[in-house]
Design a protein around this ligand. Structure first.
Ligand SMILES: Cc1ncc(COP(=O)(O)O)c(C=O)c1O
Length: 379
């Protein structure tokens, strides 16, 4: 199936009891059994729910995987992946990634004896240099939040395979429309479904997709045992979001390109981070593994101080100053005080995340209107 057909039909079967074309929201905590153990495959809603099942089937299909699992948030999905590990195991993780992932690794799981080694994964040699026999997982985000660094998934998957480690790719920024990490050798794909999969800024949710039955079974066990499951209403919303992912993403990409080139040509803008520029350090890899470059980007002002950045971010009328991204509406964000505030300042600066860095999630409004909004805010 071509993407447009896949996104619309993934997981969508008429409801067996009524023929309803849309999967019903099975708002129930449990299922009646005719005798102990005699049931229709559903026992208790933490373990199984038909709305969640439809979504999980769809998640697998859109990432070209065999299995999908839905979680109550993106970080809950990440949490489940790390719980596959044991004390003493090592994880190689990207030094530039979503601040909440860093917080979970450094503030929660390090206490349980899991060791995290942060390297710039955009150069596979850096990963190769720190792999040991204790490496059990490589965690990569590509493109990264917020600096749009690109990691070569195929190269890192080969290193992981050789070392007997798993590779998990956070594919939130690219979405399954632009990039399919399982096809490139990753073992697990993770999404904050809160973002582009949901697409309408009305749900918090996470997803994991994989091909390996054993990894799926272990993650399902954690989903059920730790209990970070999404409610049926939220599953319905993400299912509905997926149906228009391809249409929205095409517009995000088109608008993103227009905004990125506008920013780059503006006399008051210093650096623009967007992986569609031909002089982006890993442009060739982005072109190889992504079908387009998306609507996420970040930039700094030439007048690089907090005051100027805050003034600009507070002056937009269409771009809403907010955490999160991937909705139909455009958003502007200040990573160092918002989404990445949990990363210590010296770590942030070392990895290139300046105090004055501004992130944009370019929505699907009229690109000309968005550019005018930014022009007046930059002043
Ligand atoms: C790249 C990335 N991964 C993971 C997450 C965490 O997802 P959630 O907020 O749904 O828990 C986010 C949230 O911003 C993100 O941007």
């Amino acid at each position: 199936m071509k993407p447009a057909t896949k996104f619309i039909h993934a997981g969508a079967e008429p409801d067996p009891s009524t023929g309803a074309i849309m999967v019903p929201i099975y708002q129930t905590s449990t299922y009646v059994q005719s005798a102990p153990g005699q049931h229709k495959g559903y026992e208790y809603a933490r373990s199984q729910n038909p709305t969640r099942k439809a979504l999980e089937d769809a998640l697998a299909i859109i990432e070209n995987g065999k299995f999908g699992l839905a979680f109550s948030s993106g970080v809950a999905a990440t949490d489940a992946v790390i719980k596959l590990l044991n004390p003493g195991d090592e994880v190689i993780a990207a030094s530039d990634m979503y601040g909440g992932t860093y917080r979970l690794f450094s503030k929660v799981f390090e206490r349980f004896g899991i060791k995290f080694i942060y390297v710039d994964t955009s150069n596979a040699e850096n990963v190769k240099a720190v792999i040991t026999t204790n490496t059990k997982l490589i965690w990569v985000e590509t493109p990264t939040n917020p600096l749009m660094n690109i990691t070569d998934i195929t190269a890192i998957a080969a290193l992981a395979k050789k070392a007997g480690a798993m590779l998990c790719v956070d594919n939130t920024f690219a979405t399954p429309f632009l990039q399919n990490p399982l096809d490139l050798g990753a073992d697990i794909v993770m999404h904050s479904s809160t973002k582009y999969l949901g697409g309408h800024s009305d749900v918090i949710q996470g997803a994991l997709m994989m091909n390996d039955q054993d990894i799926r079974d272990r993650l399902y066990f954690l989903q059920k045992s730790c209990g970070a499951v999404p409610g049926p209403m939220d599953c319905f919303l993400v299912l509905r979001g997926i149906k228009t992912l391809h249409v929205r993403m095409k517009q995000h990409c088109e608008n993103g390109k227009a905004v990125a080139y506008f920013l780059r040509s503006h006399s008051k803008i210093d650096k623009v981070y967007w992986c569609g520029f031909e002089d982006h350090p890993n442009y060739e890899i982005a072109k190889k593994q992504m079908s387009d470059f998306g609507g996420m980007m970040s930039f700094t002002l030439k007048d690089d101080n907090m005051e100027a950045a805050i003034k600009m971010m507070s002056s937009t009328k269409l771009f809403s100053l907010a955490e999160s991204l991937g909705g139909v509406e455009s958003m502007i964000n200040h990573p160092s005080s918002m989404t990445h505030a949990s990363i210590p300042r010296e770590e942030r600066i070392k990895n290139g995340l300046a105090d004055g860095l501004i992130r944009l999630s370019v929505g699907i409004e009229d690109a000309g209107d968005l550019i005018e909004d930014l022009r007046q805010a930059i002043g």
